[in-house]
Design a protein around this ligand. Structure first.
Ligand SMILES: [Zn+2]
Ligand SMILES: [Zn+2]
Length: 215
């Protein structure tokens, strides 16, 4: 909480921005998204399969495309939105880096309202196939991101493969310019942001902004 108050006074010149991060903090918001997002996934799949009567193979393919897209979106958001600029998302993520055990998450209703708009425009009004299947998978990925991220900071399972993934994220907290993947290490390999001894040396030289890049 002390870290929260410190960063709050440091960053938030605008009351609306401070209010948004207040909404993102705390157990109620944190746990609500673990309820509303899976329910939205079920609703989207139900609507796609039984109301729009989408071909099952097409539904599976659109869901698979959504899962792959999530993986890249997770990396993109973490690297270029959570760690850049002066947005509430960046400030909220800074709080998480300062205080990794604190329960802070995107306000649950922002995701729900956005997905409700997707449903209304693309499925209810335009009756397009595959859009809900795709967004159901994106939302599934978002839920897995939340689950994995929570486990990384609150548990320590012994499975060797999982331990490598957890270490990947814990290193990110120490060196915020590397290891952006949370559910997968794939995109850090692809974009060359995987932690290495060379990166460590460079990071040690860059002590002007040890916590976040903010450029
Ligand atoms: Zn973290
Ligand atoms: Zn981060």
């Amino acid at each position: 909480m002390a870290a929260y108050l410190k960063i709050k006074s440091q960053f938030f010149e605008h009351p609306s921005e401070s209010h948004l991060v207040n909404l993102a903090s705390g157990g109620f918001n944190y746990w609500m998204s673990f309820v509303t997002d899976p329910l939205t996934v079920l609703f989207f799949l139900f609507w796609e399969a039984f109301v729009l009567r989408t071909n099952p193979i097409g539904l599976v393919l659109s869901y698979g495309a959504g899962l792959l897209s999530w993986s890249l979106l997770e990396y993109t958001f973490h690297r270029w939105v959570y760690h850049k600029g002066r947005t509430p998302a960046h400030h909220g993520h800074t709080l998480h880096h300062e205080s990794p055990q604190m329960l802070i998450a995107m306000p649950w209703f922002i995701v729900t309202v956005f997905l409700a708009c997707v449903w209304y425009v693309f499925a209810y009004r335009l009756q397009l196939h595959f859009v809900l299947g795709f967004f159901a998978a994106l939302t599934t990925g978002f839920v897995f991101y939340g689950v994995f991220h929570h486990i990384h900071h609150h548990f320590n399972f012994q499975n060797p493969r999982y331990r490598r993934l957890r270490a990947h994220h814990i290193i990110h907290h120490q060196y915020p310019n590397v290891n952006f993947g949370v559910t997968s290490r794939l995109w850090d390999h692809v974009f060359g942001t995987r932690y290495s001894k060379e990166v460590k040396k460079r990071e040690r030289g860059n002590i002007a902004s040890p916590l976040m890049t903010d450029k």
